[in-house]
Write a protein that binds this ligand. Structure first.
Ligand SMILES: *[C@@H]1O[C@H](CO)[C@@H](O)[C@H](O)[C@H]1NC(C)=O
Ligand SMILES: *[C@@H]1O[C@H](CO)[C@@H](O)[C@H](O)[C@H]1NC(C)=O
Length: 396
């Protein structure tokens, strides 16, 4: 009995190995060089990339698009589904560079846009260099006449997406946007832009379910990760952030009718010299949305201006909201094992809505100091409990 059990296991293993080998060989490969792409970094290769996508997308087989080492000048592109190919792997080992004139990309909302696709993986050691600094300089000097700029990589209404190992450098606007998607796994990505670059959020997620962001390093000028309305089942783990504005749920309540945010886990994060650490933020407007079931577990902060913050009274320049109260209902938020240093006296700030107090806030094992001394906490319209050690002393 034992022996035959062992044999059938061996047989299953052999079949498994054969099957996986077959499925690798069965992939149809499309190299962008065969579609006329030029790796000198000066000749426009936009159409070659699009042709390679169209060829892969139209093949009723698993497909592989290869971008070998080299520099490729590529303008704004939309990769659209539905595809015949059930699985498209795009392997990028080269550097993709945007046109130097920021106006070329800046006219579009996105640089690389994936729309309505399913089963697409974008992997490799390659880099997207969006050449953002000239647009940032324009915005710094006379912002009214500059285009708002393109998101480097955008995914809309797409499912079963993998992004692995790539670098996004100097985006014009957001680096990566995940909007209206399900089952997105992002791992080992590097995001780099200057700490003073405007609106260069690292990863923005909204109206999406089952998104994972793992082992990712983000240095940028705005939020490292921003989480918008309609986000459900989001898992963030081993993310380092800084410079940047931290990991932020919100801004919410921009619109009167908004979907809620629920079941978000943010685990084992490192913040260095950021504006915020773990933030929930809503405009002071009577929106219908909510935030519930959020776990912030395991964070190390170094010189963070607002390590833990809920701000429901956001109303910059007092435009469109003076005298109004946030309608967002915030409940069941856990902060556990958070330690390090605040660069301002108030390390914990819960500034909730007068009409909709925050409830079910839980602090456990928090130790945040300011200049080697005790920091302070601030509470307004908040109900919750503190467990174990909490420094600064909890005002819950
Ligand atoms: C919450 O999200 C995680 C993934 O981030 C998922 O594994 C879990 O099942 C979700 N929980 C609920 C109650 O939906
Ligand atoms: C809190 O952290 C500081 C260093 O940041 C450390 O010196 C102190 O002992 C910690 N307090 C507790 C009670 O663990």
């Amino acid at each position: 009995m034992k022996l035959s059990g062992f044999n059938s296991l061996g047989f299953v293993l052999i079949v498994f190995v054969m099957l996986s080998a077959c499925s690798t060989f069965a992939m149809t490969e499309f190299n962008v060089l065969n579609f006329g792409a030029n790796l000198n970094g000066r000749t426009d290769s936009t159409n070659s990339f699009l042709k390679a996508w169209n060829a892969a997308c139209g093949t009723a087989d698993s497909t592989f698009i290869y971008v070998p080492k080299g520099r490729y000048l590529v303008g704004s592109l939309a990769f659209k589904g539905q595809c015949k190919s059930p699985q498209i792997i795009i392997r990028i080992d080269g550097t993709i560079v945007a046109p130097l004139d920021y106006g070329v990309l800046g006219k579009s909302d996105n640089w690389f846009s994936f729309e309505g696709v399913s089963g697409v993986s974008i992997i490799g050691r390659g880099t997207f260099d969006a050449k953002g600094p000239s647009l940032w300089a324009c915005k710094a000097s006379n912002s009214n006449s500059c285009p708002s700029g393109a998101t480097t990589m955008s995914f809309t209404n797409s499912n079963n997406i993998r992004i692995n190992g790539l670098t996004s450098l100097n985006s014009q606007m957001f680096h990566i946007v995940i909007n209206g998607c399900q089952n997105v796994h992002l791992r080992g990505v590097k995001i780099v832009a200057a700490g003073n670059s405007p609106n260069t959020d690292g990863i923005h997620v909204q109206l999406s379910r089952n998104v994972e962001i793992l082992s990712t390093s983000i240095k940028t000028g705005d939020d490292c990760i921003s989480i918008g309305p309609g986000t459900e089942n989001l898992w963030i783990e081993q993310v380092t952030c800084g410079p940047g504005h931290g990991i932020s749920i919100g801004s919410l309540a921009k619109d009167l009718k908004e979907e809620g945010v629920q079941n978000v886990t943010v685990k084992n994060t490192i913040f260095s010299n950021t504006q915020n650490g773990l933030r929930i933020k809503s405009w002071a407007r009577p929106s219908s949305g909510y935030v519930q079931g959020v776990q912030f577990i395991g964070s190390v902060m170094t010189d963070v201006q607002n390590p833990i913050v809920i701000d429901q009274n956001y109303c910059p320049r007092n435009e469109n909201c003076p005298g109004q109260i946030s309608g967002i209902k915030i409940k069941d938020i856990v902060y556990e094992d958070i330690r390090g240093t605040s660069s301002t006296p108030i390390a914990i700030k819960f500034d909730c809505s007068f009409k909709n107090p925050c409830t079910g806030i839980r602090l456990q094992n928090v130790n945040l100091t300011y200049l080697n001394k005790a920091a302070q906490s601030f509470c307004s319209n908040v109900v919750g409990k503190a467990f174990d050690l909490v420094r600064p002393n909890s005002c819950l």
